[in-house]
Design a protein around this ligand. Structure first.
Ligand code: DC
Length: 666
């Protein structure tokens, strides 16, 4: 998704259909590191393409690994345990799954082979603890410098130094399970003898350790274990690439669609492809929590189907230590429940991308909810009186995705409100096209989908303004003039008399029109450039006078009203096509200004033009558009007039966005 400052979700009313999940973040980054430490090539399929995997791939490249694409797969040519670069500065964003394991692996490699590496991240990464891992590595003899606050990144890992591997390696397990994961992934590098890793404190997020162990096994390392207290990496362990690895869909990402099904899939289920009963990831157990809240769930080896069961949902009390990430979704589902929902044993939320207990509590309260929180728990009451709220997302993908489920409030209240998600692009951490995927399976009333209309005479800059406003809001854009231009062009090509309204209208339903990425296709032909020609504009204004033609194009235009919203430009968008639009703008640039703009535009394309005749053409076209009896060019009564003659495009866009903000309830 384009970087927009906020995304407004109108009230959503239902859900049905299938989604394919992006690859698991946890599996993706573990596989990448294991492939990098192995000898030879590993073909990784269905890898998650996101911010967190991008920083890992960049790091591997900087370390001298071969990294390339083959079709949809990513191929890693591993180091085989031998450093190719002895110095590197690695920026790891906010990816804990890159920071922790790379720190361990590079500290050990620097110690045994001599090197100096720096690892750093975004500001929040420098507030996320790593001290317990660093202590464990220093205990082994690794040289690690704190480059910022002790116990937090950034760090320098240097060597050579002598490692002491005879005594057990002891690491705390009660702050982040990633410290143990990091050691388990990295210690096979130096396992000349058995290495024993002992966990201090109660190990949290155990399912993530299961993922680590299963993937180590895939790469040839059979870790022995004593319950959750101790793990032994056998002597002479060596990473062996399995050749090819398939990454499962992300089970944490599945939670939003499981929640969606539980709340809104009343007729057909939501089908989720990529995770299922055979999944390695602990977060699939989220489905048990969702079922306890009332969801009806069917599972297959790598799919789930979810529909609404109990309604309202049932409030639950649950220890969520085993599903720390997915459990956040329960706090929004809790708004639709019949009683309070209490989640316990979630202290780790406080050291994730943000302090997630504080974040969820604060944002749920903005919707009107009653929320209590403690050091390691949160309780959410059902919500009756919903408020339109702008949800701060703390650069935390999961906060953004969770709150999309708040847009279904119209299912429990007559006074449905929209939900504004601030900085929605933060979903790129794990699910770059989350909102597009969501919009593909949700149902909205057309009347709830916001429309901004921009009408005005020819060459008034409607198209550019509509495109820019659409980009700023993440809305789709309808260039209705293009439809009249296509109709005119097709009628001319068919040899029709353009004054014969019935004949021109009759070919409209036969047009094989397709719109994509700012291009218009008629059958197989890309007619975009053709449509923009002055001559085609004249054909358009000729066919546009016929009520039959306007009628034939009516539904086609309504079909553009899709989530999350539409900016429609033309002559009668505010008067005839979208009379209920929430904002109507009418441009009134003078004929002289418009002629000048068109002149510049043509000259810049190397087309010679004469200002005076351009102006005459414009005025003739204005006359025809204004004076025709069918939908003449007039401002809607409730339109905002915008004279952009003396305005830059940025200033016009700002003005329209300003009017838009004033009309929104946030
Ligand atoms: O906006 P444009 O220049 O692409 O429009 C071409 C012609 O199509 C314009 O002269 C009038 C007609 N038109 C219309 O009648 N109603 C619209 N909504 C859009 C365009």
């Amino acid at each position: 998704m384009f970087k927009i400052p906020f995304l407004d979700l109108p009230p959503l009313r239902g859900a049905a259909g299938a989604v394919r999940l992006p690859g698991s973040k946890s599996i993706s980054n573990r596989v990448l590191l294991l492939a990098a430490l192995s000898e030879g090539k590993t073909v990784v399929r269905d890898l998650l393409a996101s911010d967190d995997t991008a920083v890992m791939l960049d790091a591997l490249r900087a370390l001298g690994c071969g990294v390339w694409n083959e079709g949809d797969a990513v191929v890693i040519d591993g180091l085989g345990g031998r450093l190719r670069a002895r110095e590197a500065k690695l920026f790891l964003g906010n990816a804990g799954t890159a920071m922790r394991p790379l720190t361990a692996a590079l500290a050990l490699l620097a110690a045994t082979q001599g090197a100096s590496f720096e690892v750093s991240g975004v500001a929040r990464m420098h507030e996320r603890p790593i001290g317990d891992l660093v202590d464990a590595l220093r205990g082994l003899g690794c040289e690690i410098d704190d480059l910022g606050n002790a116990g937090y990144p950034p760090l320098r890992l240097r060597g050579p130094s002598t490692l002491a591997l005879d005594a057990p390696v002891r690491v705390r397990g009660d702050v982040s399970s990633q410290f143990l994961t990091a050691l388990l992934l990295a210690l096979p590098l130096v396992a000349e003898h058995d290495i024993r890793v002992e966990v201090i404190g109660e190990l949290i997020s155990k399912p993530y350790i299961e993922i680590t162990l299963a993937l180590l096994e895939r790469f040839g390392i059979a870790v022995k274990r004593e319950g959750w207290e101790a793990f032994i990496i056998p002597a002479a362990s060596r990473y062996r690439s399995p050749g090819e690895v398939f990454v499962e869909g992300d089970a944490s990402s599945a939670s939003y669609f499981v929640g969606l099904g539980a709340i809104a899939a009343t007729d057909a289920p939501i089908r989720i492809e990529g995770v299922g009963s055979e999944s390695l990831q602990g977060d699939v157990r989220f489905i048990e929590a969702a079922a306890a809240m009332g969801a009806q769930i069917k599972t297959g080896p790598n799919w789930l189907e979810v529909r609404r069961g109990a309604w309202p949902l049932k409030g639950i009390t649950l220890d969520c230590n085993h599903i720390p990430d997915a459990a956040m979704t329960l706090t929004v589902m809790a708004l639709y429940a019949d009683g309070a929902t209490t989640l316990t044993n979630i202290a780790s939320w406080r050291v994730k991308e943000t302090d997630r207990i504080a974040a969820m509590a604060a944002e749920l309260r903005k919707l009107g909810a009653t929320v209590d929180e403690g050091p390691d728990w949160i309780r959410v009451e059902p919500l009756k009186d919903w408020k339109a709220a702008a949800i701060h997302t703390y650069d935390d993908h999961r906060v953004a995705m969770c709150f999309s489920l708040a847009a279904f409030n119209g299912l429990v209240t007559d006074a449905a409100v929209p939900v504004r998600i601030l900085e929605p692009h933060c979903v790129a951490k794990t699910f770059p096209d989350y909102f597009e995927t969501l919009f593909g399976v949700v149902i909205a009333n057309a009347a709830d989908v916001p429309v901004i209309t921009i009408d005005g005479p020819t060459a008034s800059g409607k198209g550019t303004l509509a495109d820019e406003v659409g980009k700023a809001l993440g809305f789709g854009v309808l260039d209705s003039g293009a439809l009249y231009r296509v109709a005119g062009l097709a009628a001319r090509r068919a040899g029709l008399n353009l004054d014969d309204g019935d004949a021109v209208a009759a070919i409209v339903p036969t047009l094989q029109l397709r719109f994509g990425d700012g291009h218009v296709f008629l059958g197989q032909e890309d007619v975009s450039a053709r449509l923009r020609a002055e001559a085609t504009g004249l054909l358009a204004s000729q066919v546009a006078v016929h009520p039959q033609v306007r009628k034939a194009l009516h539904q086609l235009q309504l079909d553009f009203r899709r989530l999350p919203g539409l900016v429609a430009d033309g002559r009668d968008m505010g008067t005839a096509i979208f009379p209920d639009a929430s904002l109507k703008v009418f441009l009134i640039a003078s004929a002289a200004t418009r002629a000048e703009r068109r002149h510049k535009q043509l000259i810049s394309k190397g087309i010679s033009a004469n200002i005076d005749s351009l102006r005459e053409d414009l005025e003739a076209r204005d006359e025809r558009d204004k004076n025709r009896s069918a939908s003449p060019l007039v401002p809607a009564q409730d339109a905002q007039l915008l004279d952009n003659s003396a305005l830059t495009i940025e200033a016009s866009v700002d003005q329209v966005l300003d009017w838009w903000q004033q009309r929104r309830p946030f």
